[in-house]
Design a protein around this ligand. Structure first.
Ligand SMILES: Nc1nc2c(c(=O)[nH]1)N[C@H]1C(S)=C(S)[C@@H](COP(=O)(O)OP(=O)(O)OC[C@H]3O[C@@H](n4cnc5c(N)ncnc54)[C@H](O)[C@@H]3O)O[C@H]1N2
Ligand code: MOO
Length: 410
């Protein structure tokens, strides 16, 4: 009889971070096609953004000190000396006692250091009454305030979110060097599992759920999935099919057969793929205890527990981390969590982390999580839930009304 040497959740994350290498291949992508890719070379700014001082409001460019002492009851007086046109270098200059009209985003004219908003002054036939005093730099973005020439804007390993693409666009960068898109191979196992397209099930058969849930998550993470089909509980066939898929992909995901039953061949199949082999078999977590993580010749292999809710939760928690490391992403932060109050008592065992499916709702300005109770073989427990409540291994359950960490799903 084989027993699991279980790892804690924290130990598992540490092992993933230590062991999973980034793929080596990179590619150059046009900026518009680079969303969610991981930067493989740092980007240094070749110019200032903005390249000139600009106004952040519609108003009058002035020398701040010319407004000192101005108030509603005691306005100051300036002479309007012209107007700035958008996208053009101002022809007018600001000198002592003068102001130049400037629209939001317009270039600050020479001599000015700040902009007074139009609602704080009044232009009466080029005589400007100022009803506020303003400080130097007020309502102005300085040249280089957003990005300074020479600075490292983005480091290697940065995930390109829309805001990173925007920052790159501001510099006129049209192409970026990124790690190429990952390709994972997915294989379901089990004599009872049949393609989800099967119209009529024979008694004892189950349609392949995990392919859809796991491939769906992978696609959400910008990873291509190659489906290897369903393999029967036969060691030789399983090994052969797993090997073929492994050769084709950057990472192999096997579902089912991860436990220690007589027909659970996944561990042996994974060990046959290459060294160093399995580094986690069993995590002190519920659900998903029989999870397998391995590295076969630099390629990660993940053995997911067969129960659909377990497979999806484990892939979300650990599979995502494995793929982020493999993609070359810097991942120094834990998954996003929010705090919510729990609606009922949940018992849990010390030394085991529990991830409870739950539904979030707002009541009187506070977030509450209502647990969706059900076995890990029930996919609808995930359909009804929109978050996972985390009960860490140091806790013996949670009490109704207690604030607890929650991982929301999108
Ligand atoms: N003696 C023990 N038995 C089990 C343990 C244990 O610690 N000791 N752990 C249990 C837990 S927890 C889980 S989770 C399962 C994991 O089992 P396997 O990974 O070996 O998965 P299977 O036995 O192949 O399948 C489990 C269950 O899930 C269904 N399944 C499998 N693949 C799919 C799929 N692609 N789509 C839909 N459903 C699938 C399968 O029919 C089984 O019902 O082990 C427990 N046993
Ligand atoms: O831990 Mo298993 O994943 O409960 O069904």
């Amino acid at each position: 009889m084989q027993f699991f040497k279980v790892k804690t959740v924290e130990e598992t994350f540490t092992l993933i971070d230590e062991k999973i290498p980034a793929i080596e291949q990179t590619e150059i992508r046009e900026l518009f096609r680079a969303l969610h890719y991981i930067l493989a070379s740092p980007v240094t700014a070749k110019e200032n953004v903005p390249s000139f001082d600009r106004s952040t409001v519609d108003g009058y460019a002035v020398r701040a000190k010319d407004t000192y002492g101005s108030s509603e009851s005691m306005p100051g007086f300036l002479t309007v000396a012209g107007e700035v046109k958008m996208g053009e270098v101002p022809t007018a200059e600001v000198t002592q006692g003068t102001a130049v009209y400037v629209p939001t985003g317009g270039m600050l004219p020479k001599g000015s250091d700040s902009v007074i908003m139009i609602e704080h002054c009044e232009d009466v036939d080029t005589l400007l009454n100022t009803y506020r005093q303003i400080a130097p730099g007020e309502n102005v973005i300085r040249a280089g305030e957003d990005i300074r020439e020479g600075e490292i804007l983005l480091s290697r390993g940065t995930k390109l979110r829309p805001q990173e693409l925007g920052a790159l666009a501001s510099l006129g960068i049209t192409h970026v060097t990124v790690f190429r898109k990952l390709k994972v191979g997915y294989l379901s196992s089990g004599d009872e599992i049949v393609p989800y397209q099967t119209e009529t099930l024979r008694e004892g058969q189950i349609r392949d759920i995990n392919y859809l849930t796991i491939a769906g998550l992978a696609q959400e993470w910008n990873v291509e999935v190659v489906y290897g089909g369903i393999v029967r509980d036969d060691f030789a066939e399983f090994r052969e099919r797993a090997r073929a898929l492994y050769d084709e992909a950057d990472c192999l995901i096997l579902s089912g057969g991860s436990s220690v039953g007589a027909k659970d061949y996944t561990t042996d199949v994974i060990q046959s793929l290459g060294d160093p082999g399995v580094f986690v078999h069993g995590i002190s977590i519920k659900p998903g205890k029989p999870t397998i993580l391995a590295l076969a010749n630099e390629k990660p292999v993940i053995g997911l527990p067969g129960h659909p809710a377990s497979a999806m939760i484990i892939f979300k928690l650990f599979g995502e981390r494995v793929l982020r490391k493999l993609k070359g992403e810097k991942c120094d932060r834990k998954p996003e969590r929010i705090l919510a109050k729990i609606t009922k008592n949940i018992p849990s065992s010390m030394g085991r982390a529990d991830y409870i499916r739950a539904r979030l709702f707002e009541k009187e300005g506070e977030w509450w999580a209502e647990p969706i109770i059900g076995k890990s073989g029930l996919i609808t427990t995930l359909v009804k839930s929109d978050c996972l409540v985390e009960i860490s291994s140091e806790k013996e359950g949670v009490s109704q009304g207690e604030w607890i960490p929650v991982i929301p799903s999108r």
